[in-house]
Write a protein that binds this ligand. Structure first.
Ligand code: HEM
Length: 313
């Protein structure tokens, strides 16, 4: 029996197979000259695979599940956030056509990336058991291709969005007061300028985490710049963690921008918001608009063409 004192004669050979030692000593040679071509087995690959299956995917499922639960609980506790004074019929221009195009282009690309990314992450557990391996394989291939092409386009849209919306999103002292008052969601009125602290947090999350997700995605999308397997693994790690954070935050943003708050969606849909909505949610911005004489005369038209909830109070 070998008590460890006798060295395995094959140890150098297997060291060479598993790592770079062989390349350095000339034991492993390859016709292919690219990086990692003399690494026959990358032990970190298995570690990464196990981490992805046992840690990343379950954690992502918990984070996204809890986010959904939080939204449902918030809905049950707070209900729809109505315009207290009702629609005034007075409109204020909130977003230009350019800003709206930038928003929706980025949002649509993000949603495509989020849906295809989620299928790539959870497909093995959801798609294959339900639809079978054949449909699962085809769907995964389709998602992968779509994801690969939508990613760089999202990168461009994100850059334009960061520049377009930076005005009004710089942190200020009012944000702290807004946060301390819980955003005025449970009673006390919380003052806000053009954007409140919640919106600013979303802007900076998408700007910073979004940039990381795009850059790491580009490393994965274009493996032809001599980045090694470990670089690809670290990029994959940053990419998936960043993406899960963004998707969770986006779920909250989409909820607030649609069925949660009366009068919010139409600002991004038509470019105009109702003056009572502005007064109640962005009073400091409303005061600025009033001072600048930028509040239109009342009309009988509904403030937005898409009335998502019981909007006509
Ligand atoms: C169906 C999906 C979405 C809906 C319904 C939606 C809705 C809205 C609405 C209503 C506003 C205006 C809020 C206000 O007037 O204060 C807004 C602002 C904004 N949205 Fe979205 N949005 C969606 C997806 C996204 C996505 C995916 C992103 C980023 C990738 C995004 C980034 C922004 C930004 C940067 C603003 C400007 C306000 C701020 O800086 O927070 N939105 N959105």
């Amino acid at each position: 029996m070998n008590d460890g004192s006798v060295k395995n004669p094959g140890i150098e050979f297997w060291d060479a197979v598993r790592g770079h030692e062989g390349a350095e000593t000339g034991q492993v040679r390859s016709q292919v000259t690219s990086i990692d071509s003399t690494t026959l087995i990358n032990p970190m690959g298995e570690e990464w695979r196990l981490y992805r299956m046992d840690m990343l995917i379950p954690t992502a499922a918990i984070v996204l599940g809890l986010t959904l639960l939080a939204i449902v609980l918030f809905r049950l506790i707070r209900g729809e956030i109505k315009i207290q004074g009702g629609y005034s019929g007075q409109k204020i221009k909130r977003f230009s056509t350019f800003q709206r195009y930038v928003h929706w282009t980025t949002a649509i690309l993000f949603i495509v990336l989020a849906l295809t990314g989620v299928i790539l992450l959870f497909g093995r557990y959801i798609v294959i058991p339900v639809f079978g391996a054949e449909i699962g394989g085809t769907l995964t291939w389709l998602c992968k291709r779509t994801h690969d092409f939508a990613g760089p386009a999202f990168g461009v849209a994100l850059l334009v969005m960061i520049i377009t919306f930076i005005k009004g999103n710089m942190p200020s002292r009012i944000d702290l007061q807004w946060l301390l008052k819980g955003g005025g969601l449970f009673g006390k009125h919380a003052s806000a300028g053009r954007y409140n602290a919640g919106e600013k947090a979303w802007y900076w999350t998408i700007a910073l985490a979004g940039t990381l997700v795009v850059l790491s995605g580009l490393v994965l999308d274009f493996p032809n710049f001599d980045q090694g397997r470990n670089t690809m693994m670290y990029s994959h790690w940053v990419h998936s963690i960043g993406a899960v954070i963004l998707i969770a935050f986006a779920m909250g943003h989409i909820y607030m921008g649609t069925i949660a708050m009366q009068g919010a969606f139409e600002a991004m849909q038509t470019g105009y918001c109702d003056s009572n909505w502005a007064k109640e949610h962005h009073d400091l911005w409303y005061a600025d608009m009033q001072e600048a004489g930028k509040i239109d005369e009342p009309t009988n038209e509904p403030a937005g063409t898409l009335q998502l909830a019981d909007n006509k109070s």
